[in-house]
Design a binder for this molecule. Structure first.
Ligand code: AMP
Length: 395
């Protein structure tokens, strides 16, 4: 089956076509600046990457370009639209009602719209993407895979906030956790690598520009460091992570900024970007730290320290850990950060294999044979996870 995987943002649309039998990516690309001036990138497997400016006033035009590129005679990987067997859409927020993956119906679209309050930019864009695909491919079955679904197994003691219960009951204020498709993919792979034991305790560190840690007992998610929104938890590229809510009022009083403005600062101008005085890419920060930039070093130290603290708390929550996994841009590629984190965890009997830890971007066991905790680098693949879920639902 050819699965078209769609990941819509408010002004972007990422796509991949995956052959579900071979799990090979046949083509991939990105529509950017939707609603502005439009930029289209497309790459068939084994072919050249093409980039062109294309007018994209709405997501409808973006999806038209995707289909045109996939089916045209020169660079297309499909003979016609009929060769798209199904479409899998990534959804950021499924709220309390979208607890797993679903075949798209009008009721499902309504649920995505109903929880748009919780992720206004993302969920609104997802619905635009779904509508655009339905318009151009009315007979193709489609599914949604929610980033919050994997975390639905978290127990109330993990997902509730200790505030009046009515905010949970009436307004659905609770921890949802994010990057669930990645945490699911990586933890399932870790369990396979462990030889599919009946019982397992796994921690997954998804360390990218957005970053989160999760823990899974016997494959079921028990904790995720993100909260009602992705702002919570780790120090990230531009997000602050954990913070005392009173800081909002304090800054409001001191600087006269609105709640909206302060949250914008917490989301877009904080994290390692703020700590390092203007760098959010870990390659730049590591380079500056190496040259003696103290603020860059502080950013790296705080990032690693916060991850290690979360891992420690999850070891306590699970009363142990068998395997810790690193994934996403930093987790897969940055051995120095992995080492900084693992250096806090030697009390667990964790021993990092310095040579193996030089790995960049490949799956690898990076702990020593005598380590009491296994440490893996496992590249994440959210698109493949979405394709698998979509096909499983259709079957
Ligand atoms: P993501 O959001 O998963 O794409 O991750 C983005 C982060 O991964 C950025 O901070 C990058 O600096 C980091 N990253 C990506 N590739 C590398 C690499 N080869 N070495 C070190 N860091 C990398």
């Amino acid at each position: 089956m050819n699965v078209l995987v769609i990941n819509c943002g408010s002004s972007s649309l990422k796509f991949q076509v995956i052959d579900s039998e071979t799990e090979k990516v046949e083509a991939k690309g990105l529509c950017e600046r939707i609603g502005i001036d439009g930029n289209f990138t497309y790459q068939p497997a084994g072919g050249e990457k093409e980039e062109s400016e294309k007018p994209m006033p709405t997501h409808n035009e973006a999806v038209s370009y995707v289909i045109e590129a996939l089916t045209n005679e020169k660079t297309g990987v499909l003979k016609s639209l009929d060769e798209i067997d199904c479409v899998g859409h990534r959804i950021v927020h499924g709220g309390t009602n979208l607890t797993h993956s679903y075949i798209i119906t009008e009721d499902v679209v309504k649920e995505i719209e109903d929880c748009a309050d919780l992720a206004p930019l993302h969920n609104t864009a997802h619905v635009l993407g779904i509508r655009a695909c339905q318009k151009l491919m009315p007979n193709v079955p489609m599914a949604i895979v929610c980033d919050t679904a994997f975390q639905q197994t978290m127990p109330p003691k993990a997902y509730l906030y200790a505030i009046p219960y009515k905010y949970y009951e009436e307004d659905k204020v609770r921890k949802y956790g994010f990057h669930g498709t990645s945490h699911m993919f990586v933890s399932q792979r870790a369990i396979e690598l462990m030889g599919n034991p009946d019982h397992s305790k796994v921690i997954v560190c998804h360390l990218g520009n957005g970053a989160s840690v999760s823990c899974e007992v016997d494959g079921k998610c028990m904790e995720n460091s993100m909260g009602l929104t992705p702002l919570d938890g780790l120090v990230m590229g531009t997000r602050c992570g954990d913070i005392d809510a009173s800081v909002v009022e304090y800054i409001n009083k001191k600087h006269g900024l609105s709640v909206q403005e302060i949250l914008n600062i917490f989301n877009k101008e904080s994290g390692v970007y703020a700590l390092s005085d203007g760098m959010s890419d870990f390659r730049d920060i590591a380079g500056a730290a190496e040259k003696g930039n103290e603020r860059a070093q502080l950013a790296l130290d705080m990032f690693a320290y916060r991850v290690a603290k979360y891992i420690g708390s999850y070891v306590a929550a699970m009363n142990g850990v068998d395997t810790i996994c690193f994934t996403a841009g930093i987790g897969e590629n940055n051995g120095m950060i992995r080492k900084m984190i693992c250096d806090y965890l030697t009390f667990l009997g964790l021993e990092l294999d310095t040579e193996a830890n030089k790995v960049i971007g490949d799956e690898k066991l990076v702990s020593t044979p005598s380590s009491k905790v296994k440490v893996y680098v496992i590249p994440t693949n959210e698109e493949l996870a979405i394709a698998r879920e979509t096909v499983a639902l259709l079957k």
